[in-house]
Design a protein around this ligand. Sequence first.
Ligand SMILES: [Zn+2]
Length: 310
Amino acid sequence: MSETQNNYHNLNIQPLKLKIGPYEVKSLSTASFGLDGGAMFGTVPKVLWSKTNTSDKNNKILLDCRCLLLISKDKKILIDTGLGADFEKKYGEKLGENFYTHYNIKKGEDSGIIKALKKINIKSSEITDVVLTHLHFDHAGGATTVKNGKSVPTFENATYYIQEKNLETATHPNLREKASYYECNFKPLIEAGCLKVLKGPAELFPMVKVHITNGHTLGQQTIWIDDCKTSLLYCADLIPTATHVRLPWVMGYDLEPLKLISEKEVELKRALDKESYLFFEHDPYCSMAQVMHSKNRKDYRLKALFNLSS
Ligand SMILES: [Zn+2]
């Protein structure tokens, strides 16, 4: 990417390969898109956030939609599915067109997850499990695909996982989140009988646990992969980019910012104690970081940045 990459937060980004327990852990970058910088950083002034995340003429900043793939002998587990593809087919002509312009998505670059898997020679039929952190379109858009004019599960042999609370809120969205939840991204999973609805924290697979946070949206799951030596937290929208590691730096999109801050504090404390890798779904430049305390020890700062291999 640009020069910024090497100077991002004044830290070098180190390439990294990772194995945790039985899993090869792979990062899959599925699409670049753009959102309003102000909305991404809430009350943080632009003079501060623009130091690391420069904006275009429409004040949009560059973001990634980065998924995680865990490969063991008998499983291929995907975490989140990106934006999806063929927006006109999926959302209808008008709304679909708007997707490209509103979110700075280049046509032809929207079929992220399938393309990203293809690059490492994996077919959609090989995916055994799909953990959806929440059902906002930038996380669950790739969960379904339009075939013969109908949205169907993208991963035909997979079991999908979602929290009950999030499914409820997606089915009856409040006014603020209405533009983020679309039935076509999750209803086909229910109809196909492949959506497993979870009620709270759980160990889904050996060494893979889901935690629940409610500050961004109700029933978001963050995922810990931990073999007691090495651990990784898939932060989802609890900490969308490396710049959001500071406790008060939360998104304007978050439903309950104060709740989100305390949930973030719990996970950052754990990540610091265990020297875990934080995996960022939306950071445009780096996929992972480790953290340290700020000088007064009341907040957190970036200690090292990484790019996890695919
Ligand atoms: Zn998101």
